[in-house]
Design a binder for this molecule. Structure first.
Ligand code: NAP
Length: 351
């Protein structure tokens, strides 16, 4: 029987939190092993491929340190040719999500991070060392674990929504709202919660008008947020309405067909963009209840301003434990914190 390899620190996840944690941990000589996720059709369909949600976006204009400019030569010098070739060509406009993630991954590799391109599908945190079970079989023993598996935006599941993703359909107004295709154009936001109102309000900076499409007669958003939508002359609330189809052509989204949830007829609206704000789902199913989760299944940070979880020696970073900020830069920040927390914990445990 082959012995189970014992790792000092395993990081599960490969978004900004995972790679920032890996870079800090590798520089601290913790020899981290990252499970970056598997490249499978199932992961593609559910939005959980390696490199996380940022790999699904286009330009990233709000990650500090990447002003608009031509990164072409830098990317070619920083990344191996094989990884450069997997990305769309650089178009000279600052950094894109996939480029940013490749750069973060490479930075972690440069300091000695080892990477396995597979999912962890099961964990056993009930005894030490912890046991992790990759999808392709076998098992890994680990003294310390950082969970950075992120969250995925919820989608309606329409085929037209899939067809126009990144061509006018987005689940992140802060990421994509300022793109030229949306400037001075009518847009749709789907959802009735705080996120939907926040996204609609944010989009009014760029759009000519924003239709907030909500399936009921009353918003779920908090009173103060809802009032913001009522008071904004650029926001029209389309109550009792559901997005039935995204309409478009070769250039991208040109409109939407709305169905009525109150028995009225369908109608169409000409719009240049559709933003989904119907909630997120954290990628925590594989934990099978072994860490304390919130009622929405996010990992609970059990100590104030620390990344500790309910199991000592297991830390969490990024969107998997954060349903509030959900930004690349805040995920990278908590990734850094988790590596420092892990380093200190391993040190106290004598490793
Ligand atoms: P949420 O509160 O769960 O709201 C999701 C919205 O999407 C609901 O209005 C829901 O409709 C709608 N929805 C869900 N599935 C749908 C579907 N299949 N088709 C159509 N509509 C659908 O999620 P959230 O807005 O992302 O907020 C998450 C948490 O973060 C909340 O606790 C919120 O207060 C907080 N947050 C706070 C702020 C802030 O304070 N600035 C900003 C953003 C988020 P129903 O109402 O009919 O269920």
């Amino acid at each position: 029987m082959t012995a189970t390899p014992l790792e000092n620190l395993v990081i599960i996840g490969s978004g900004p939190a995972g790679w920032s944690a890996a870079t800090y941990a590798a520089r601290a000589q913790l020899e981290p092993l990252v499970f970056e996720g598997a490249i499978t059709e199932q992961n593609r369909m559910s939005g959980t491929l390696p490199l996380g949600q940022l790999a699904l976006t286009s330009e990233v204009e709000n990650y500090a340190g990447f002003p608009a400019g031509d990164l072409g030569a830098f990317l070619a010098s920083a990344l191996p040719e094989s990884r450069c070739m997997m990305m769309p060509p650089h178009e000279g406009h600052g950094v894109t999500g996939p480029e940013l993630m490749e750069l973060m991954r490479q930075q972690a590799v440069n300091f000695g991070t080892r990477i396995v391109t597979d999912d962890i599908v099961k964990v056993d945190f009930s005894s030490r060392p912890f046991m992790l079970f990759p999808a392709d079989g076998g098992r890994i023993a680990a003294r310390c674990v950082i969970v950075a598996t992120g969250a995925r935006a919820n989608w309606l599941g329409l085929s037209s929504e899939e067809q126009y993703k990144n061509r006018g359909v987005s689940a992140c107004a802060v990421c994509d709202g300022a793109l030229p295709r949306f400037r001075n154009k009518p847009l749709v936001v789907v959802g009735g919660g705080d996120s939907a109102v926040e996204e609609a309000t944010y989009l009014t900076k760029f759009a000519s008008t924003v239709h907030l499409v909500h399936r009921r007669r009353e918003l779920r958003a908090s009173k103060i947020m809802a009032q913001r939508a009522f008071d904004n002359p650029k926001i029209t609330i389309e109550y009792d309405s559901a997005l039935a189809e995204v309409l478009g052509d070769d250039s991208g989204v040109t409109g939407v067909r709305l169905s009525s949830t109150a028995g009225g007829p369908d109608r169409t609206l000409p719009v240049a963009g559709v933003f989904l704000a119907i909630g997120h789902t954290p990628n925590t199913a594989f934990l099978d209840g072994q860490l304390q989760l919130t009622e929405k299944n996010y990992i609970v940070w059990t100590q104030h301003f620390r990344t500790a979880t309910s199991v000592e020696g297991v830390f969490a970073a990024g969107d998997v434990a954060d349903d509030y900020y959900r930004q690349a830069i805040s995920a990278a920040g908590t990734g850094c914190m988790s590596a420092l927390d892990a380093e200190r914990w391993l040190g106290h445990a004598g490793h």
